[in-house]
Design a protein around this ligand. Structure first.
Ligand SMILES: [Zn+2]
Length: 349
């Protein structure tokens, strides 16, 4: 068996990533349209002929068929090729960084879900819940494994709160605060619920400092790219980037003893952060009381219009959060120690 950083594993990860990228292409096209991602199988978007197996080989088929359908010669979008290539490179990079183990697998799932979220949000201004949930559970799963095997970085806060759960609550909280602030100041949604759920997943997966750095990267990238896009489109109004939450890092090592109030506050924060998942789980269980809760929940959502119609100049924020998360995973630690050195705190730990 090759070791974790063996080149063979990295090559295998690239090949596997390209296959997953091929599936992500299906997800990116079908999920926002409410179609099944498993059936029917891949077909030509022009003549709807089902593809045979050798037309479905990631990267190779696309190049061999010169971006055209074999029979009707309709053009196939280059996006299919790029998604396969980028997913392959990302998986190879993940295995290089985290090794071919549980960490690497969890980060591959997380990255795949985030890439699909990026592509869908760019085009449709939504992030499907199932992608955010997949990313969230990649974070929970990795943390659970780390706790079970006693790995460093997976300690329990106050002896009971998993790091991933605490990070998810805090990061979702930061984004809900930004949402409330945007609503109060501008009377419009600065953040969609999809952004809050994405922040929750990033908080569950990344170590807390990196998660917060990823939001700063996202806001920076949003300001630069969003501003540039608005200059190109010639509309100054859209140069407004989403409000930044100057997220203060947590004070390390100072954990107060729990009091009844703090326990209740913690329970409330946990409930508010995960209520959608709790409700879904209850719905899946189909027990009597849960059915009543679900009926109430569905009814209470009736008057809300969940269809989000973007303003023509609006730039979705999700893609910047995905970009920020990827940058933070690769450069976050270096950015933090550079900043600490620059600010005169010496080298960060
Ligand atoms: Zn065709």
């Amino acid at each position: 068996m090759p070791g974790p950083a063996d080149p063979l594993w990295i090559i295998l990860a690239f090949a596997f990533g390209a296959v997953v990228g091929s599936f992500l292409n299906v997800v990116i096209w079908r999920m926002p349209r409410g179609e099944s991602v498993v059936s029917p199988g891949s077909h030509c978007p022009h003549c709807h002929r089902a593809l045979v197996w050798w037309e479905n080989i990631p990267l190779i088929s696309f190049l061999a068929l010169r971006a055209r359908c074999r029979t009707c010669h309709g053009a196939i979008r280059w996006r299919y090729f790029w998604v396969e290539l980028i997913t392959g490179l990302t998986f190879a990079g993940v295995i290089r960084l985290f090794g071919a183990g549980v960490d690497g697998a969890a980060y591959c799932i997380f990255a795949a879900a985030l890439m699909a979220a990026l592509a869908i949000d760019l085009e449709h201004y939504i992030i499907p819940d199932s992608l955010n949930t997949a990313a969230l559970f990649a974070g929970f799963g990795r943390d659970a494994w780390g706790i079970a095997t006693g790995k460093a970085g997976h300690e329990l806060y106050w002896g009971w709160l998993p790091r991933s759960v605490g990070g998810a609550v805090l990061c979702a909280g930061v984004f809900v605060a930004i949402q409330a602030l945007g609503l109060a100041l501008f009377r419009k949604d600065a953040m969609g619920d999809g952004d809050v759920k994405l922040a929750r997943a990033i908080g569950a997966m990344l170590p807390l400092p990196l998660a917060l750095v990823s939001f700063l990267f996202a806001i920076g990238a949003g300001a630069v790219i969003g501003g540039a896009m608005c200059l190109v489109r010639g509309n100054p109004r859209a140069a407004e980037t989403p409000e930044t939450g100057s997220a203060d890092g947590p004070a390390d090592g100072t954990m107060p003893e729990p009091t009844p109030w703090s326990v209740m506050a913690a329970a409330a924060a946990l409930y508010l952060t995960f209520s959608d998942l709790i409700i879904s789980a209850a719905a899946a269980c189909r027990i009597g009381w849960a059915r009543a809760v679900v009926a109430w929940w569905e009814h209470s959502g009736d008057d809300e219009d969940h269809e989000f119609v973007p303003a023509p100049t609006q730039v979705p924020f999700g893609p910047f959060m995905v970009l920020g998360a990827f940058l933070a995973i690769v450069f976050g630690d270096a950015a933090i120690s550079w900043y600490l050195g620059w600010a005169g705190f010496g080298q960060g730990t």
